[in-house]
Design a protein around this ligand. Structure first.
Ligand code: ADP
Ligand code: MG
Length: 711
């Protein structure tokens, strides 16, 4: 059976083509980012009101929101001396009884609701000790046109949607617009999801689901449940959102699979992992071996690698990256290693220099300037430099490679789409190894990196010492003397971390200086260092160097040290205003200590006025040392946007789907998307045209093209 045709024209119709939408409303809708029918359909209500008429006046009870139809017996304006706005008082009745109604300041009602007129009232009934009886306060009123009688309108006699009031569009106006648009599409049989998928996932049809998301049918469910898993229209839309994203991931993956690789591994037939291990400074962990094998297998494929290395802080991702780089180097390619900050780039450069002895890495960052820079760039272009470690500077236009075979991206989430695209276009189809700094929950990994193969580093190298986490009420003098002084006496080192408040770098710097001064006075016999984001590259580097060599004992820093820095003798970290950090970020920080065989302590000092939420979040760190668990909790509490800057990743955001609540649905949608794409292999294009899936994707997510074009 042929699927219903794709109703392109109807879905892309501008909202201004509806009679109820004049230029003013159109402009307001535009301001909310809504210009086509499809945009509007996916702008769902955030709650519902049960405005079905089920009661007569005598049945009204205190407390709940209730709706009924009644006639106005009397209505008048009352001026109360101390209250500025006039009070509108009315009495309304039906056959069963009457009830007083009160509004504040809505004078237009005198005209709107003349005595003898009939209207629908919806609101909360309260007990008034003043009149000693029930009273309806500030209800919503919908007058009933005497000529038309009580007709089912958009606003009365049904469960009605309540929309966010933005850009000067009231929920009533918005409701009416949505109602009109739905009416124009009435009976639409199109479904963006393939029929087989709908059947297998037991989904309700597209249009009925959209309609019922806006105007739910009769149901005995409490209104709140219409927003939760288990309400079929919602489940359908959630599945659809996940399916579309996963389908997109599959397409990207296919795109990668269709491009040829640029290089083949040298020394075929050898076991490259074993060879690497022989020259590595320590035996690989089981997880590192597994990841390296997976990478070696990728290199033997006809298409480029696209792999995501997911591991907890300190799980040894750098070593795995070095393995991958070595393979590319031996095959005669250049490799680039992209780090999010200059300090990290410097550190990686040193680490890689030790691991890749045959090819000394060069550092390309903003701080390399003038002649040095020109020399470096020509060395890269001519292929004299083969390992390039750097920051964003690598992405810049003037940087040309001779033969870029592999790109390693550390801290993937710090880089936006445009930057990734720029980097990837620097070599024809380079292999890509993406690494995260912190573990991310599986649901997020699958949704936002679903096009990548995933290697999991779920094992820490031996010799890591446990780090204890403690929340301390405040970091006063006795804290420093009791907890920190003994640590310094053992010539161990201490990090003191302050949060960055982006709006005000000056305040941050001042704050950091104050703390620095304070600690210098408490500990006059050791050197206290200061590291802030405002300092120049060289200055930062020399402070870091002094801390690394142990010259500095206490380092006061804003979060520039957040990621990756390796200081073996640092055993204590004190984080001030800890609640300002994300949990994942704190976990990251915690990973900076306990690295050199010394057990560590991680002190969290809450800022003044931290609420219960903040405390609950910090407790999670006290309780769990496993990064994946911390990440799950962080996602649960903050949502994906905050969690890892997904917004800047340029990926479509979900309107209804919730990565935590609906994680199971995501896994299912992913499975079905994979088997659909497999099943359609070879017939892919025909399948698209038929189902309208691809076209729908493009209409729904305008970024899709950009997104499909990058790997
Ligand atoms: P991350 O995954 O956080 O980037 P790193 O790659 O920085 O972790 O490694 C953390 C520390 O563990 C480094 O000091 C590194 O030298 C060490 N390390 C890595 N792999 C091993 C191993 N197999 N055995 C012992 N130490 C290791
Ligand atoms: Mg790292």
């Amino acid at each position: 059976m042929a699927s219903p045709p794709f109703p392109r024209l109807k879905l892309t119709a501008p909202l201004s083509s509806f009679p109820s939408i004049g230029p003013r409303r159109q402009a307001r809708l535009e301001r909310r980012g809504l210009s086509t029918v499809l945009d509007l359909l996916y702008c769902f209500p955030y709650r519902y009101e049960d405005r079905r008429i089920r009661l007569v006046v005598s049945e009204l009870t205190e407390g709940a929101e209730q709706g009924f139809v009644a006639t106005v017996r009397s209505i008048r304006k009352k001026i109360v001396p101390k209250i500025k706005a006039p009070i509108i008082e009315a009495t309304v009745y039906d056959r069963s009884g009457e009830i007083p109604v009160v509004w504040f300041g809505q004078e237009y009602l005198l005209k709107h609701l003349p005595e003898g007129s009939q209207a629908f009232f919806f609101g909360k009934v309260e007990y008034s000790s003043y009149s000693r009886g029930l009273v309806l306060r500030s209800p919503v009123v919908e007058p009933i046109d005497p000529e038309q009688g009580l007709r089912r309108s958009y606003h009365i006699g049904r469960i009605v949607p309540v929309y966010r009031e933005e850009a000067g569009l009231s929920t009533g106006v918005f409701r009416r617009i949505v109602g009109d648009v739905l009416r124009a599409l009435w009976g639409e049989a199109f479904d963006p999801l393939p029929e087989s998928v709908c059947r297998e996932a037991h989904l309700m049809g597209w249009f009925p689901a959209i309609v019922e998301m806006h105007f739910p049918r009769e149901t005995e469910r409490p209104m709140e449940e219409l927003l939760l898993p288990g309400y079929p229209p919602r489940d359908r839309i959630v599945f659809e959102e996940f399916f579309l994203l996963e389908y997109l991931m599959m397409l990207r993956r296919q795109g990668v699979h269709h491009s040829g690789r640029m290089w083949v591994p040298a020394e075929e037939g050898h076991d490259p992992v074993a060879a690497f291990e022989r020259q590595a400074p320590f035996p690989l962990t089981g997880a590192q071996q597994r990841a390296c094998r997976e990478i070696a297998r990728d290199f033997a494929q006809p298409h480029p690698m696209n792999r995501f290395l997911l591991g907890d802080v300190g799980s040894g991702k750098t070593l795995v990256a070095a393995f991958a780089m070595l393979q590319a180097l031996r095959a005669g390619c250049q490799t680039a290693f992209l780090a999010p900050t200059e300090i990290l780039a410097q550190q990686h450069c040193r680490t890689l220099a030790a691991l890749l002895k045959e090819e000394p890495p060069v550092l390309l960052s903003q701080s390399v300037k003038g002649l040095d820079r020109r020399r470096l760039l020509s060395g890269i272009a001519e292929g004299r430099h083969r390992v390039i470690v750097g920051t964003h500077a690598i992405i810049e236009e003037g940087v040309v490679f001779e033969k870029l075979g592999l790109v390693v991206i550390d801290e993937q989430h710090k880089f936006g789409v445009a930057q990734r695209k720029a980097l990837w276009s620097k070599g024809p189809n380079p292999d890509i190894l993406v690494m995260t700094a912190t573990p991310i929950p599986r649901s997020l990994a699958l949704s936002y990196y679903g096009d990548l193969e995933i290697s999991l580093l779920d094992e820490l190298p031996p010799g890591r010492q446990p780090v204890e986490t403690r929340i301390v009420p405040k970091a006063d003098e006795s804290f420093w003397k009791k907890k920190v002084a003994p640590v310094l006496a053992r010539s161990e080192q201490v990090f003191v971390v302050l949060p960055l408040v982006e709006e005000s770098e000056k305040v941050d710097a001042k704050n950091a200086q104050d703390v620095h001064g304070y600690l210098s006075s408490i500990f006059p016999h050791v050197r206290v260092g200061l590291l802030t984001g405002r300092m120049a590259g060289e200055e930062k580097e020399s402070v870091m160097e002094a801390f690394r060599t142990g010259e500095i004992s206490i380092l006061v820093a804003t979060t520039v040290i957040e990621v990756g820095v390796d200081i073996p003798r640092a055993s204590v970290m004190v984080v001030e205003n800890a609640e300002r950090f994300g949990l994942a970020q704190l976990h990251q920080l915690r990973g900076r200590i306990g690295r050199g065989g010394l057990p560590g302590t991680f002190y969290l000092v809450p800022g003044e006025g931290m609420g219960d939420d903040g405390r609950r979040r910090l407790r999670i760190l006290e309780e769990y040392s496993d990064g994946f668990h911390v990440a799950e909790e962080d996602l649960r509490m903050r949502g994906p946007g905050e969690f890892m800057g997904v917004r800047q990743s340029g990926l479509p955001m979900f309107v209804v789907a919730d990565l935590v609540r609906d994680a199971e649905v995501l896994f299912r949608a992913r499975q079905l998307a994979a088997s659909y794409v497999e099943g359609a292999a070879g017939r892919m294009e025909a399948a698209w045209e038929q189902s309208g899936l691809e076209e729908f994707l493009r209409l729904r997510y305008r970024e899709v093209d950009v997104w499909l074009s990058i790997r």
